[in-house]
Design a protein around this ligand. Structure first.
Ligand code: NAD
Length: 320
């Protein structure tokens, strides 16, 4: 009987799908990522592993699992926890969960855009104190209609964020390593050939690139300095895409008006000084945290494992 490890409890039918397929399924029970030592011990003899972002899949992991291992299925669209070279050297299948979380992440991106531009979190704290009534100049924010949304990385999520921006009456500009003329015509978005042109124009910059060597600290001090001092930065992609120390300084110096982040360089920690600033809104990597998305992610990951263990191609493979 094939053995599958699900490294952490997941919502929805993912585990049931694997059990109904007749596999011996072990599920990590703790409400935190599995410790490395325990993970390396639990993967021994597994044919498939349903991994979380915090589970690093590298040579050590693959060696610990042994020769039965055929597939690692990530419960995420990003797979920066996978050392793809090691995975491919061992001819293992690797998969992710694209598409099923696009809507959830795009909607959360807008939740953050509204929260920072309309100062929702600050206002909530003040309202709880019951000391502030209506005031003509109290908690002024920025309207989105007619403003420019700059999307960095027009993939699945960036594309959906651009569409929602259009619905809000925003002008949409984007930068991506690949131009998408069809999308430009369909949605009415304008391509910028270099990120700098986008940064100078946008009132809201929303980041949706994958974490790669080429995108680490894409938003650094220099690029933050190119943004308007009235503009906002939103990041729901991966923490290291933004240089958090540089962002902290930029927010302190009012180089930009504010920022909203769902992801951080050293989760769950924030860069020193960030936690005390009021011109930032932070959420703990919850952009895909809807019942719909998380259930579908678990089911897709389970189906990827089943496909590979049945000798079929995985539904959503990832490559280097
Ligand atoms: P995707 O692959 O569909 O889109 C990524 C886009 O970025 C592509 O169009 C690609 O061409 C572009 N790109 C790559 N390198 C670039 C560069 N240097 N400059 C500009 N563009 C570049 O991915 P997606 O499904 O839209 O996911 C986007 C991001 O969101 C990923 O980083 C993913 O890890 C992250 N994500 C986060 C959460 C969360 O919970 N916060 C959930 C899902 C996805």
């Amino acid at each position: 009987m094939a053995k599958v490890l699900v490294t952490r409890k997941i919502p929805g039918n993912g585990v049931k799908i694997l059990q109904d397929a007749g596999y011996e399924v072990e599920v990590g029970q703790q409400d935190s990522p599995m410790e490395r030592a325990e993970l390396l011990q639990k993967v021994v003899g597994c044919d498939g592993v349903l991994t979380q972002l915090q589970d690093k899949v590298d040579e050590e992991f693959i060696k610990a699992a042994g020769s039965n291992l055929k597939v690692v299925a990530n419960f995420a669209v990003g797979f920066d926890n996978f050392k793809m070279e090691d995975i491919q050297n061992h001819n293992l299948a690797a998969t992710n969960t694209p598409d099923v979380l696009t809507e959830a992440v795009a909607e959360h991106t807008f939740a953050l855009i509204f929260a920072i531009t309309r100062r929702v979190v600050e206002a909530d704290i003040i309202a709880h104190k019951q000391s502030q009534a209506f005031g003509p100049e109290v908690l002024l924010g920025m309207e989105l209609k007619g403003k420019t949304l700059g999307v960095l990385g027009l993939g699945r999520i960036g594309g959906r964020v651009a569409e929602i921006g259009k619905c809000m009456g925003m002008n949409v500009i984007y930068y991506d390593v690949k131009q998408n003329s069809e999308f430009e015509q369909k949605v009415g978005a304008a391509f910028k050939a270099v990120p700098e042109d986008l940064l100078k124009e946008a009132d809201v910059v929303s980041v949706h690139v994958p974490l790669l060597d080429s995108t680490k600290h894409l938003m650094n001090a220099e690029r933050l300095g190119m943004m308007k001092n009235t503009a906002y930065l939103v990041n729901t992609s991966r923490g290291p895409v933004v240089d958090e120390a540089a962002l902290t300084q930029a927010l302190k110096d009012h180089v930009i008006a504010g920022a909203a982040l769902d992801v951080f360089e050293n989760e769950p920690k924030l860069a020193p000084g960030l936690e005390s600033l009021m011109n930032i809104v932070v959420t703990p990597h919850i952009a895909s945290a809807t019942i719909e998305a998380r259930s579908a992610m678990g089911e897709l990951a389970a189906k990827n494992i089943m496909a590979v263990l049945n000798g079929e191609p995985p539904l959503t493979p990832v490559h280097k």
